[in-house]
Design a protein around this ligand. Structure first.
Ligand SMILES: [Ca+2]
Ligand SMILES: [Ca+2]
Length: 370
């Protein structure tokens, strides 16, 4: 097998960089790659401490990029764009049904990369522990953009993800979510700062994931609309789909917003657990802003306006306090209902773009939209 020239012994790499050897983990190496073959091999052959820097450009791998190599908590494996260069990994040359990137591995840090035009799901992390995903984009794929799945899915953080335009044509849009955390278990998983929009199915879907997931500072909008001229379209279009398949689990959503989705803004989807939803906003979704018929959800200080079926549909087990549908709570006015700025580029640190859309200035109710 051809070795990547930059995968040199750690002592040589460290010496050439003028680094102190004591600070360098054994066998760690920094690998800069600029073609798909080297990228594939670097991912496959990584070991704890390996840093893979991907040079700017668009890559067209012909097989799924995948690894079962584990980092450690103190010596993770890093896959990142080189400097501030723009890196896109495009699935157009993959066999049908392929994913672009699959990890069955622990302690990876992946950042600054766009995964686009996947034949199927773009990024799948299966039974992963301790992975960090920063400023990733999953765009225009053939199934869900970003997926965590499997038992042993523990302490993973998805930060500042953009996932949009995903559509499963063969199944008429019924599956492709922006984020899917489905069919698995494990604690400590968190999604923050995500924009999940214009996907054929849901913004985020926690179907049959049996441990609590935390979602915060996340916007989910425009999902479940037939944007593909599909005559048998089946997308659901929930902003936040917080269960499914009979699991009972207390997922948590804080300071997030759902608007303009074809389904509900926030919904249990058969999860009977004590789902916690605080300071979120549901605006102009086609169905309910909040739909919790059978769960023991705890809804606090949420703001629902202009949703088609109504602001809240809740069963007798729901705890509801401080929301604008509760008695004695007033509805603050939105500073803006023009969503155009929500599509803007992120700030230089990767945070959500600055917007006044759906802000109210309230310190007590609704999402702060940042
Ligand atoms: Ca669906
Ligand atoms: Ca879904």
């Amino acid at each position: 097998m051809r070795r990547i020239s930059t995968l040199t012994a750690c002592s040589v790499a460290a010496a050439s960089l003028g680094l102190g050897l004591l600070a360098t983990p054994a066998h760690a190496a920094t690998v800069a790659v600029s073609n798909s073959t080297d990228l594939s091999n670097a991912i496959k052959n990584a070991t704890a401490g390996t840093v893979i820097q991907v040079r700017g450009g668009t890559y067209y791998p012909t097989a799924t990029l995948q690894s079962t190599a584990n980092g450690t908590s103190s010596s993770p494996i890093t896959l990142t764009a080189y400097g501030s260069e723009t890196v896109k990994i495009d699935g157009s040359s993959l066999p049908s049904g392929s994913w672009i990137f699959k990890l069955t591995a622990d302690y990876w840090n992946v950042s600054g990369i766009t995964f686009q035009n996947s034949p199927d799901s773009a990024v799948v992390c299966q039974s992963c522990t301790g992975t960090n995903w920063n400023n990733i984009k999953t765009v225009n794929g053939g199934d869900s953009g970003f997926t965590l799945t499997g038992d042993g899915t523990v302490n993973n953080t998805v930060k500042n993800l953009d996932s949009y335009g995903n559509y499963d044509a063969a199944t008429h849009g019924q599956n492709a979510d922006g984020v899917a955390i489905k069919f698995g278990s494990g604690t400590g998983n968190r999604v923050t700062g995500a924009r999940l929009f214009n996907n054929s199915d849901d913004g985020i879907d926690l179907w049959s994931f049996s441990s609590p997931v935390t979602i915060e500072h996340t916007w989910s909008f425009g999902n479940g609309k037939n944007r593909w001229g599909d005559l048998a379209f089946e997308g659901n279009g929930n902003g936040f789909k917080l269960g499914g398949n009979g699991v009972t689990v207390a997922h948590v959503v804080n300071n997030s917003a759902a608007w303009d989705n074809a389904g509900n803004g926030f919904t249990e989807n058969s999860d009977t657990g004590a789902i916690v939803i605080n300071r979120t906003t549901a605006y102009a979704n086609a169905k309910w802003g909040y739909y919790f018929a059978t769960s023991s959800a705890k809804l606090g200080r949420n703001l629902a306006v202009g949703n088609g079926s109504g602001q809240v549909g809740k069963g007798s087990k729901v705890t509801s306090a401080g929301n604008n549908w509760d008695s004695g709570i007033s509805t603050p006015s939105f500073v803006s209902t023009d969503a155009s700025t929500t599509y803007n580029a992120r700030t230089t640190d990767g945070s959500l773009p600055t917007t006044t859309f759906l802000t109210t200035g309230s310190t007590t109710i609704g999402a702060t939209m940042n």
